[in-house]
Design a protein around this ligand. Structure first.
Ligand SMILES: [Zn+2]
Length: 119
């Protein structure tokens, strides 16, 4: 897999972890202050890590990532059976064979999300 794509997937994982933590925090609103503090700290830690990883993206990948991640939940989505699972539109057929190993960083022509191929 392309190292930039690995990085993007790692970032996406951290982002969903952040989302899950926030939801947990909302559910536990009434519980102890201590818990809130820990969640705050955990979220800050995740943000720090996300910034660090973002700095390691190539400039072109980074600008696309910033644009896509601002407006969408997931910046990286799987392609299954030739369909982008971000917008559910078929990706060009010719991509499938060359992209199968995920050796290139591709974005969906329709929704702009990064794509990774799943067998
Ligand atoms: Zn798409």
């Amino acid at each position: 897999m392309h190292p930039q794509l690995e990085l993007l997937l790692e970032m996406q994982d951290l982002r969903s972890q952040k989302q899950a933590l926030k939801e947990q925090a909302d559910e536990r609103e009434v519980e102890s202050d201590v818990f809130e503090v820990e969640i705050e700290e955990a979220l800050e830690e995740l943000d720090r890590k996300l910034e660090e990883l973002e700095d390691r993206l190539d400039p072109s990948v980074q600008s696309t990532y910033r644009r896509v991640s601002r407006s969408m939940d997931r910046a990286v989505v799987p392609v299954l059976n030739g369909v982008c699972y971000g917008c559910f539109i078929a990706v060009p057929r010719s991509w499938a064979s060359e992209a199968a190993e995920n050796e290139e960083v591709r974005t969906c022509e329709n929704c702009g999300r990064f794509l990774y191929y799943v067998d």
